[in-house]
Design a protein around this ligand. Sequence first.
Ligand code: OGA
Ligand code: MN
Length: 151
Amino acid sequence: MQAIHGYRETERLHWGAAAQAVLARVRAQAFAEGSQLLGPVHVLDLDESGYIKPHIDSVKFCGSTIAGLSLLSDSVMRLVRENNTADWVELLLTRRSLYILRDGARFNFTHEILKDAESSFAGQKVARQRRISVICRNLPTSSEGKGANKC
Ligand code: OGA
Ligand code: MN
């Protein structure tokens, strides 16, 4: 995805037992029982200078909920309302935390991960090191859109 700089990524369908147990906990928190999930889990490895520019994940390929585990490094995620950029919020994603973007936060706000030089929270610098995120998504319902092939 062009929104992301300084990264490598992969998708993984099959996980070992320990990781599967973690993913099961993430899914139980994030998704309603029986909801249709995107099979492969997305793993994004940002190097210490890597960052993610503002974007909204494809509504055609991804559903109402995005759940991300942040590993290795703290980071700052900024949400900006698409039709009113004065409406924004920053979230401190501490390492090993889980965030869930759902419904309005997912559809009506862009999300971004700040680069090290811009990365601060409540007046404190948040040093960005290499950060790996593990992202679970659900599938769109038919009313949300159909047909594309990439988030
Ligand atoms: C993405 C994305 C956020 C993260 O890959 O679309 O927004 O936590 N990732 O890495
Ligand atoms: Mn995204």
